[in-house]
Design a protein around this ligand. Structure first.
Ligand code: HEC
Length: 635
């Protein structure tokens, strides 16, 4: 923060002494008639004043450096700072740091890392939060020149709920409110609901005895289910290793666990049969809630469990082959998510079989997941050559027909080798195409991810992929429950190893069932709330046999209404199948194996042929229905 900034902050000489919150929030619990002074991140004191002769609108935004939604708004706050915080501007913008555990030095470091230069006041004892009755971070407040609260709520509509982000904001609520104030007009909507983490100020109650305590009841839940991702250097946006880490966001923790947003696990309970299942029991969720109700009591230090040990380096030991992205890729601070494909020549001179891969994200905070495709035909190299940046961007697939795949990675995944004696073919001369889904985090990050490959020598059997697919999407705008079904009948006996569902942003649910020739059925997957952000491979704990003639039926639903917070189009548009963000897909992949080596190629060729026919038929159908060329069709 430079001295100009401090000067501006001081110039504002804000004071909330007589601020009244009538407009948007009647009867504040505490009269705002007293003076309040806050420190900024550089240690300067700012007495906040009531009336501002210089500014028609004063904006305060409560933030923290750890809530992921709050972090993601820093680039925008930086732009608003440049626009509003100039000496002649009728508007001022001040961030209010709401995390009482951060020191000014930590706030300064954060501002530097996130390249933001706006004035940040530190609400050390939560006094300002109390006066404003802040509910969320981030939450914005606009005061007029008389100190009247004229707007409180969200910054824009980028988030409809936690974990549901639009590709871009369609309403700039805060900027519109400020524009109205400056124009001397009433703000259209004086109060909106902000989306973010709960605003929580807490006072530690060390050693307090209570029915539910951190050390005895809560730490074991967090250590077993959360810290694999929520610790230093891992993908979670903050650590949950200490009492303080948990206590200062206790309500948010309880909320995201109750809504089953965390731990991330998108398949329903009734499939107890997947490896590495991550779900909390109802009792564990009740414990977290009871702990919040018990004022986050710390409890007896003697009850504290040991922090689990996490292996350093490669989880399965030194891989047979380690490859990495050719050069660093720079992930911007904000903007839509990116799907970047990096082509890595493997120089494998003979056919090899892969037992598993271990993916190591370079910048864990922005790498959301990765899929590892193979390309024997040089198709990906050609796509890469067309774009100047490292790799090339797509959405969904890799932009070419892969000649294989060796798996993928998503946060929290423990690498496991395929069952004994199994391997996936890595054909000689293949390139590895590492597709990475990047999730901008509010700060520019440089990524150079790595993959360790573990081979298996002369495996007994090969594991390979089959799939169901449909291309018949024709989803009218506004349709909230569009159903689509894809069926594939096995032409040979197989053993099922894992399942990978795939849709795009309108996808809501997927159910996959095997209908066996003897008339019995078996659930393969039940996904009540599809989430494009948490795509995963679900590995069956016990591989199982499906006979030739089994019909695999996947049924999916899509929501193309305005109410779907992930809908990339506003207003909703008609949606057909394709690879782009605005298109839809229905795929479900299965990793299978068979004792009969000779049937693999015919099965895969049969599957590809049927897919080709289905695609052509779908295209023809749409062309006939909409002959005038109003429809853009994917290749
Ligand atoms: C597999 C990795 C993983 C596990 C396990 C996990 N988390 Fe998370 N968590 C994440 C990631 C990644 C995010 C950031 C999501 C984002 O940026 O949208 C997150 C976000 C959060 C948030 C902030 C949500 C928000 O957007 O405001 C909370 C709170 C949270 N996790 C709590 C927990 C708790 C409690 C557990 C254990 C019961 C847990 N998490 C287990 C990866 C994980």
């Amino acid at each position: 923060m430079n001295t100009d900034r401090i000067a501006i902050a001081a110039l504002l000489s804000l004071s909330l002494s007589w601020v009244s919150l009538h407009a948007a929030e009647p009867n504040p619990s505490k009269p705002l008639a007293e003076n309040i002074s806050l420190l900024d991140a550089t240690g300067q004191i700012h007495p906040l004043a009531t009336v501002s002769k210089k500014k028609q609108a004063r904006v305060f935004v409560f933030v923290t450096g750890e809530c992921p939604i709050s972090r993601s708004y820093f680039p925008l706050l930086g732009r608003l700072d440049k626009k509003w915080n100039t000496p002649d501007s009728p508007v001022s913008l001040t961030a209010v740091w709401a995390d009482v555990t951060d020191t000014p030095a930590e706030v300064r470091k954060f501002a530097q890392e996130f390249s933001v230069d706006l004035p940040i006041l530190i609400d050390r004892d939560g006094e300002l939060g109390k006066r404003f009755q802040t509910k969320f971070v981030p939450e914005a407040f606009v005061l007029d020149s008389e100190g009247q609260l004229v707007y409180r709520g969200r910054i824009d509509d980028m988030y409809r709920e936690i974990g549901r982000k639009r590709p871009e904001a369609t309403e700039h609520t805060l900027e519109d409110a400020v524009a109205a104030v400056v124009a001397g007009q009433p703000v259209k909507e004086a109060k909106t609901e902000a989306v973010g983490c709960f605003y929580e100020s807490y006072a530690p109650l060390p050693g307090e005895a209570a029915d539910v305590t951190y050390t005895r009841d809560v730490a074991p839940i967090l250590f077993a289910n959360c810290v694999q991702c929520h610790r230093e250097g891992e993908v979670g946006p903050f650590s949950l290793v200490t009492y303080e880490d948990a206590a200062k966001r206790a309500r948010q923790i309880s909320r995201v666990c109750e809504s089953r947003l965390m731990p991330p696990w998108k398949v329903a309970e009734r499939h107890g049969e997947f490896e590495g299942q991550r779900t909390l029991t109802d009792k564990q969720i009740e414990t977290l809630k009871a702990w919040v109700a018990a004022d986050r009591a710390k409890g007896d230090p003697a009850d504290m469990p040991e922090l689990p040990k996490f292996p350093e380096g490669w989880y399965l030991g030194e891989p047979d082959l380690i490859v990495e992205m050719p050069i660093e890729f720079e992930v911007p601070a904000d903007g839509p998510d990116l799907y970047q494909n990096f082509v890595i020549p493997l120089d494998v001179p003979e056919d090899k079989y892969v037992a598993t891969v271990e993916f190591k994200p370079g910048a864990a905070s922005v790498v959301h997941h990765s899929l590892l495709y193979l390309d024997k035909n040089g198709a990906a190299r050609k796509l890469d050559a067309k774009t100047p940046e490292p790799g090339y961007g797509t959405f969904g697939g890799p932009g070419f027909l892969p000649t294989g795949s060796i798996g993928g990675w998503s946060p929290g995944k423990t690498p496991r080798k395929l069952p004994e004696g199994l391997g996936r073919l890595l054909g000689k001369g293949s390139d590895l195409v590492m597709q990475i889904h990047y999730h901008p985090s509010g700060k520019v990050e440089k990524d150079r991810s790595k993959v360790g490959i573990y081979f298996v020598d002369k495996p007994k059997q090969e594991a390979f992929a089959l799939w169901t697919s449909s291309f018949l999407h024709d989803i009218p705008p506004g349709e909230s429950d569009y159903k689509l079904k894809a069926v594939y009948t096995l032409t040979e006996d197989v053993t099922m190893l894992s399942i990978i569902p795939h849709m795009h942003l309108l996808g809501q649910t997927m159910n996959v069932v095997a209908e066996l020739p003897d008339g019995t059925t078996r659930d393969l997957l039940h996904m009540p709330q599809w989430d494009f952000n948490w795509q995963d491979e679900y590995v069956y704990a016990e591989p199982f046999f499906l006979p030739k003639g089994t019909r695999i039926v996947s049924e999916a639903t899509y929501d193309n209404s305005e109410n779907n917070p992930s809908n990339p189009s506003s207003p909703p548009q008609r949606v057909t199948w394709g690879e782009e963000t605005n298109d839809e897909m229905l795929y479900c992949f299965f990793l299978v194996t068979t004792e009969k080596k000779e049937v693999i190629e015919p099965m895969v060729v049969d599957r590809l042929t049927r897919e080709g026919i289905d695609r052509a038929a779908a295209r023809l159908r749409l062309k006939m229905a909409y002959p005038s060329g109003q429809l853009k069709l994917s290749k």
